[in-house]
Unconditional design. Structure first.
Lengths: 433, 143
């Protein structure tokens, strides 16, 4: 079902007019209310009157993640804090996390795009949705929740974890839709087999899986285990959380809701527009947000885009799965992890060298595991294992409190982590994605 | 009366213990006693050797992390109850043992056991007072 046929199937010409009008409005709005953008506009010598159509968007300066960090916590808001309805937080590269403030209207927008996403995946009003994304500062849980409500669905707010209970709820309540990370769906399958459950008989017919990278082969595996249709959803908290783009039942690219989030694909080195079908960095502009609208936000996600109309009837552009990143961020169990966050922790702890490596693995049918290998500092070496164990536990606790996910820490001998010339290779991703 | 132990950090990976012992062999260092303490990911090889400074240099040269620690070597009757009699002294005097291990070689009917205490000096005073024979550096070297 197409949730908002007017906007999702609008002719390209009409869509362009809507985008132009909305961009003009947003640019004037941030120019009036956001000191951060007032300064940015001034330093680039542009003003709202330079923006007449959506094509003028290239005249606007980019916004980057560091802008959010430098203006932590509320410096990029376009409205007084008292009018902000909800705040979400995701990882920052170093120091401060990334903070996003949503106005009441933004929550409404989020509900709308997530309602579109559920329907795009094949959902219908009246369906029951089991939300097994984490609820909290992470946008996954609440975003799915709002969207399901908006679409007239019944929500089971399971959050992540307590897998046996999730399975019992599925068997007893018979939800049609499952929303969680793809790896959690495999993890649940393992638990299900352990308790002798026949996964093929599950009530789930549709999976809305996202918040971490996954491949088509993983899709096939999930679909065959659970006997459901597994669709991919894309989002990032800076833009809205989940609900930026979603696959339809044809699974031929993710429909990006471009009447509200305007996409550009640029060459990350030159900043110039990439040609249709060429890979590049996805850049997104809010066209209707009011709490914290961002202009030309560099997502650092590498994708391809197509503007061809889809067989489903939607006219929105479609993006590929994430093909890579322009930075060294990795996503582990739905959480963004920047190697720089680990480095910061290690510099605070006596007894370690800031030489480290992250190894990510996806055990078969399990959740991603992150191992942090840290070189032991010579002067800290002790003949007592318990001292070393204490050090390794301390590193683990500190990293876990910064990242918010469990990690394994392994102390290694000094000078054993490869020093590469120039930029050190911090991440070894052994996941088959 | 304290003797020097050398400890070396070993990652739990293939060939590492071999490489450590080879480094000592190449440097002409003789191992007198050894033990390994380990967890899942790493181990600490602790040894009493004839030339601890040479051993330390050899480890550093070969890229190992190593350190020296003061420990106390004690002569124990090699008869049933011999070790228990020594430990009774520790017990009575609240001497806390971090860890201990035994020498392979022995003198006549005596075994040698090394102990790591929090405070080795205090331990030596107590042991001497209780007529426990402490084995010195020289004796170790000639074993």
């Amino acid at each position: 079902m197409i949730y908002n046929e007017k906007f999702e199937c609008m002719s390209l010409e009409e869509l362009k007019n809507v985008q132009s009008e909305r961009l003009k409005k947003t640019v004037s709005y941030v120019y009036q209310y956001c000191p951060f953008y007032q300064k940015k506009f001034a330093s680039h010598g542009i003003s709202p009157k330079d923006i007449k159509t959506i094509d003028d968007i290239v005249k606007l300066p980019f916004t980057v993640k560091d802008d959010l960090r430098d203006n932590y916590p509320f410096g990029v808001l376009s409205m007084p804090l008292a009018q902000i309805a909800e705040i979400h937080v995701s990882s920052g590269t170093t120091g401060n996390p990334t903070v996003v403030g949503y106005s009441k209207e933004d929550i409404e927008l989020w509900s709308e795009v997530m309602a579109r996403a559920f329907c795009c995946a094949g959902g219908l009003p009246g369906d029951m949705v089991q939300v097994a994304y984490g609820y909290g500062l992470f946008t996954g849980g609440l975003g799915a929740h709002y969207g399901a409500l908006k679409a007239g669905m019944t929500v089971i707010p399971c959050s992540s974890g307590q897998t046996k209970r999730q399975l019992k709820i599925m068997q007893d309540f018979k939800p049609r839709i499952l929303a969680c990370t793809p790896s959690y769906s495999l993890f649940m399958a393992d638990e299900a087999k352990e308790i002798g459950m026949d996964c093929k008989k599950s009530s789930w017919e549709i999976g809305v899986f996202g918040a971490e990278p996954w491949s088509d082969s993983m899709r096939k595996e999930i679909e065959s285990i659970w006997n459901l249709s597994a669709t991919d959803i894309y989002g990032l908290s800076e833009i809205i959380g989940p609900g930026v783009a979603q696959e339809c039942t044809h699974k031929d690219g993710l429909h990006l809701f471009s009447d509200v989030f305007y996409p550009e694909v640029i060459n990350p080195k030159t900043g110039k527009e990439a040609k249709e079908g060429e890979t590049g960095m996805l850049v997104l502009t809010h066209l209707t947000k009011t709490g914290m609208p961002l202009l030309r936000y560099q997502t650092r996600d590498i994708i391809k885009i197509t503007h061809e109309k889809c067989r489903c009837g939607r006219t929105s552009p479609r993006i590929s799965k994430i093909l890579g990143r322009t930075d060294d961020m990795i996503i582990v169990r739905g959480i963004n992890v920047f190697p720089s966050q680990i480095e910061e922790v290690l510099l605070r702890i006596e007894g370690t060298e800031p030489h480290y490596q992250l190894v990510v693995e996806r055990p078969h049918g399990g959740l991603d595991e992150l191992e942090v290998q840290v070189e032991l500092k010579e002067s800290f070496f002790s003949d007592e294992v318990k001292q070393l164990q204490h050090l390794s536990d301390k590193i683990r606790d500190e990293i876990e409190s910064v990242l918010g996910i469990g990690v394994k820490v392994r102390l290694v001998e000094p000078k054993t982590i490869a020093r590469s010339e120039g930029k050190a290779k911090r991440v070894i991703d052994k996941r088959n994605i | 009366m304290k003797i020097t132990q050398i400890s070396v950090f070993l990652e739990n990976k293939k060939g590492r213990l071999f490489e450590a012992t080879k480094a000592l062999g190449d440097a002409g260092v003789d191992i007198k006693a050894l033990t390994i303490a380990e967890n899942e990911d790493f181990g600490v090889l602790r040894m009493v050797v004839d030339k601890p400074q040479d051993a330390l240099a050899a480890f550093k040269k070969n890229g190992f992390v190593a350190s020296l620690t003061d420990i106390v070597a004690v002569e124990v009757d090699d008869t049933p109850g011999g070790l228990a009699r020594i430990l009774a002294v520790f017990n009575k005097n609240d001497l806390n043992v971090e860890y201990m291990y035994a020498f392979v070689e022995k003198t006549a009917d005596k075994a040698i056991v090394v102990f790591r205490f929090d405070d080795p000096d205090k331990a030596i005073v107590i042991l001497t007072k209780n007529n426990v024979k402490i084995v010195g550096k020289k004796e170790i070297q000639t074993l």
